[in-house]
Design a protein around this ligand. Sequence first.
Ligand code: NDP
Length: 475
Amino acid sequence: MEYNLIIGGKEVKTDNMKKVFDKYSGEVIAEVSQADEKEVDDALNAAVKAKKVLADTPAHKRAEYIFKAVEIIKGKREFLGKLIAMEAGKPIKYALGEVDRCIENLTFAGEEAKRIHGETFPVDASKAGENRYGFYERFPIGVVVAISPFNFPLNLAAHKVGPAIAAGCPVILKPAGLTPLSGIELIKAFVEAGVPEGAVSVLAGSGSQVGEMLIKDKRVSKISFTGSREVGEHITKTAGLKKVTMELGSNSAVIVDEDVYDLGYAVKRCVLGAYYNQGQVCISVQRIYVHKNIYNEFLERFVSATEKQVIGNPLDEKIDVGPMISEAESIRVESWIDEAKNQGVNILTGGQREGVIYFPTVITDAEDSMRIVKDELFAPAVVIMPVDSFEEGVKRADNSAYGLQAGVFTKDVNKAINAFKNINVGGVMVNDIPSFRVDHMPYGGNKGSGLGREGAKFAIEDMTVLRACIFNFNM
Ligand code: NDP
């Protein structure tokens, strides 16, 4: 299969083609045109031209474009599921789940397109404002650059493209180099839905080249980035006077209290959160703090459930755990876990690599200072630690440079509120894992996870600027 770039709505083939591989079999699944300086410039010019047209497009029409794209994606559900399974190595049952989430996510963006409005404000709260009447409205911010990571190649791109069209902003997508196909399919759906010329582009190419050109360009008003902390910090420093949204990595913790409602349920959810998409999820379960009175039972059940995970080709419906995104990543995970082994941890199951596969791994007896506890491991491996009390769990869960989400399993509402107030993260899930997310919720992290905001309503707010208007009745 051959994939072209899309520039301002038109397909463009370039001489420089890059292969995209099936992450499990290593077979070539497509060749994709790569963008260079000219294509970046063309996409930016097309976007600039489309600014006024899109800004003048009425809300119901912008919503309609999005709803049409949704219908197109619905019609390609199975195809897109397979594409994600192959290009990202995501087990098919989860890949289809990602397509379903994309459909719902874009639907929320379409609905929110009709709810973008300002409000009045009491100008006469100031003495200088007597006899004046004021209100503000929201206007599209301008050209949006959307940069997405490999792990949810369709839905995370949709989290940016949907709100941009809803807000009336032209958008240029730069998908991850290893997984560009789903993003190109997403943009194709918008083109087929009839968005105005110039409104959407997708530029495949490397982050350090194409991404870099986009983030530096003065024609861009807003960068919406999801990816690693390192690249996020670099973009923040390089972007200059642009609005930036950063959705970065994390190292999510769960606390399981002795008064947990149902230990079996907690184990089942934690196993899912630890190994789902091979742990390559920004809110995957990495640290579990278990009350000492139930620690042994939790461990026994967790290890037994881990050993039941079915590993293999993501295209097989029975598979729970597939390949890492690349062998290099699998080797990196091996080296981190080997380092921890040398520092004295116990590996209760897993701890091995076979090519691109890293086996689901349970680690105990780790120290807080170890890399596998404090950094983002981003792998199908979890560290389980006993705590003397729920409160100790809260302190240790919060003791992280990151802060996307946390989970607590407890019957006690007071303890749940304590966790909510004292763990500095973007969201606390009570009686669930940090990996729970619905796509319209206010989502984003604190500390090293960035200060992003997603969920269509919030993303749209960040893709608009406020303009106030004050009428003077003093003459
Ligand atoms: P990266 O940061 O490596 O890449 C993300 C995107 O940035 C890719 O499209 C990449 O392109 C691009 N990029 C790289 N360098 C630059 C640059 N200099 N300028 C502009 N763009 C650049 O992340 P991964 O793809 O490896 O994704 C994994 C990370 O994403 C993890 O840390 C994970 O936690 C985080 N993440 C956060 C989420 C959240 O919502 N908070 C959700 C999902 C993931 P290329 O691929 O071509 O290098």
